[in-house]
Structures are given as C-alpha cells and as structure tokens.
Design a protein around this ligand. Structure first.
Ligand code: AHG
Ligand code: MN
Ligand code: MN
Length: 321
C-alpha cells in the first residue's frame, strides 16, 4: 500500500502547498476522532447561535473550524484563510505573504452529525497573488485553484483531492493513523445511475428544473427506470457516491433562493475541480462554476455537478424554461 507521504514524495507538490495539505490532513484526523465519539461527548447538537449563513451552528462545526484554523496557522504557509464559519477572512498570526489562500467548509452536512450520517470537510487552495488584497486573493476564479479536496467521514474516512493531474482517493487507517492510496485516478462513469436533489423544494423549483426531474424519472425504451434517487443531505457524501458510480447532484436556484443554497468558494469550486479532473462537469445550470468571478466570500451558486452528459442535459432544460 502506498501511503500519502510516499505518494507525495513521488508526485511532488511545492513545499508550501504540501505543508498546507498536511495541515488539513492532520486536522481531519482530530475531526474524525471527535465525530466517531460524538455520542459519548458533549459535542452533538447546536452551539446556540447562527453563523453568517443564517444557519444554526453545530458544536462540531466550531470544533472542526478550530482544528483547521489552528493547523493552518501552525503550518506557516498560509497568506489568508476563509471559512464557512467565519464572517470575514483571517490572516493567520503565523502567515506567509506569498503563501497560499485556503477556503474551507470545516464540516459539511452538519444537520447529519446527530443522526450518524456521513459528513465531510471541503477545501480549496490558491496561490496568493502579490499585490492583491487579502479579500481579492480569496475571490480568485475557480480555474486558478492549485488544489481542490475533501475529506469524507463515512463508513471509511477518505481524502480525495486533485492538483490538476487527475483525481485521487486515499483511505484512512485509523490504527496506523495514516492515509493510503485506495482510488488512483478516479474517473466518473458516464452512466445514468443516481440523481440527487432535495425534492422537498419542488414547490419553489423553476419549470426547467421540474422538467429535468421528470426526464430523470422517465423510463427507457425497454420500460425500465434509468435512475435511482439518492439524497443524504451531506453534499460531500452525495457527490462522492455519484463521482464513483455516475449520476448528478443538483442544488438549483429556486424562486425563494434564486442562487440556491451552496457556496461557490468552498463547496462548488473545489468539488468542480475534482469532478472535472475525473471527467465530469460542474456548472450553475448555465456556465462552469470555475468561470464565475466571485464577488463575496460566502457567495452562493446553483450547483449541477456530475457526469458531463447529464449536466449538459440539465443545462438544456434550464435554458428552455
Ligand atoms: P453545511 O452543513 O456545510 O451547511 O452544508 C449543508 C449543505 C450540503 O452539505 C447539503 O447537501 C445541503 O446543505 C442540504 O441542504 P438541504 O437540507 O436544504 O437539502
Ligand atoms: Mn457545506
Ligand atoms: Mn459546513
């Protein structure tokens, strides 16, 4: 088995970028342990306040956020960081002006913590551009990412990331406390397998989206069902399943929330980078999310992500609405 350390020695990243990835890896080990013991420690449930997103913050959101911030500060390679749980960007005390920009969702799928459904962490890394303000460094377009990744705390804990040379998965051995290469060069199957959308929002969905869902529910010429609906409410879990098996995850704009719910910088774009490197496509129903010029840290965007053919069919329905 090839450990992550051996893999990185054979596929060298810049020293600084590798140090940032190790910081996120170390944070994930602390988070994984806390999640696995959540029911035995007072870390389930709400923390008692809402975040900048207007969402009830869970205790584990804050714990995960603290682990990641601490690790990124200690690695000394971060120019600026921004978190779903922080209203503003943060310049770490131990920062490096020409280091890296790290944008992250420390715990994705928080509503699932208390009910033992998989959750994750998503992160997006850019090289700081000299002369840009800290905020503008955070608002680079997704195409400028140097690394996109996530950790899925699932039936097994997996790290999946890309630096633009394919998408690769590493499984965590909790006894050895190391990640090992388990899914080299993931390619998402162009197969009609799963579709993932919260149909509870149907009353507020646009016509084009409703028509696409009807298409997904249609039968083949042989009268067979094409797709199964799968939606666990953790983006990382729903995305990871479809990445490996094929299908599409959609969190569309609705009449109530025209830009949808998910965040461009630290949910859509890192997954878009991973998805495209695996042969898939990620758009907002119109253009690639990695082509969108961000205007604010917590900017939301509609998300259509999965195998290329399906995302393009979804776009054609949205265009006709
Ligand atoms: P987070 O827990 O980081 O706020 O993300 C939750 C997201 C995503 O993980 C999930 O797919 C989606 O919210 C679920 O939203 P709905 O409950 O509205 O379907
Ligand atoms: Mn999230
Ligand atoms: Mn989150």
């Amino acid at each position: 088995m090839i450990s992550l350390r051996d893999y990185l020695s054979q596929h060298s990243l810049s020293d600084g970028l590798e140090a940032v990835l190790w910081a996120l890896v170390e944070a994930s080990k602390h988070i994984q342990r806390d999640i696995s013991l959540a029911g035995l420690r007072d870390i389930c449930g709400a923390a008692g306040h809402v975040n900048v997103q207007g969402e009830a913050v869970q205790k584990l959101d804050l714990l995960a956020n603290d682990y990641v911030k601490k690790a990124l500060n200690e690695c000394g390679q971060v120019a600026v960081l921004a978190s779903e749980e922080e209203e503003e960007y943060i310049i770490p005390d131990n920062h490096k002006e020409d280091g890296y920009v790290v944008l992250f969702d420390p715990l994705d799928g928080s509503s699932n913590i208390d009910v033992n459904v998989s959750v994750g962490m998503i992160f997006s890394i850019y090289k700081a551009v000299p002369g840009l303000s800290a905020l503008d460094n955070c608002l680079q377009t997704g195409d400028k990412q140097v690394l996109g990744g996530y950790v899925l705390y699932g039936t097994s804990t997996m790290l999946v990331f890309t630096v633009g040379t394919g998408t690769h998965g590493f499984t965590y051995d909790s006894e050895k406390k190391h990640y090992f290469l388990s899914h080299e060069n993931i390619k998402t199957p162009n197969k009609d397998t799963y579709y993932s959308i919260n149909e509870g929002n149907s009353s507020s969905l646009y016509k084009g989206t409703l028509k696409f869902i009807d298409y997904l529910k249609g039968l083949t010429a042989e009268g067979k069902r094409s797709f199964s609906a799968r939606y666990v409410g953790s983006l990382v879990s729903d995305f990871h399943r479809n990445l490996l098996k094929g299908g599409i995850y959609i969190y569309p704009g609705t009449q109530k929330n025209p830009k949808g719910k998910l965040r461009l910088l630290y949910e859509a774009n890192p997954l878009a980078f991973i998805c495209e490197q695996a042969g898939g496509r990620c758009s907002n129903g119109d253009i690639r999310t990695m082509d969108i010029a961000p205007t604010e840290l917590h900017e939301r965007c509609a998300l259509y992500i999965g195998n290329e053919d399906l995302v393009k069919i979804a776009e054609s329905y949205e265009a006709t609405a």
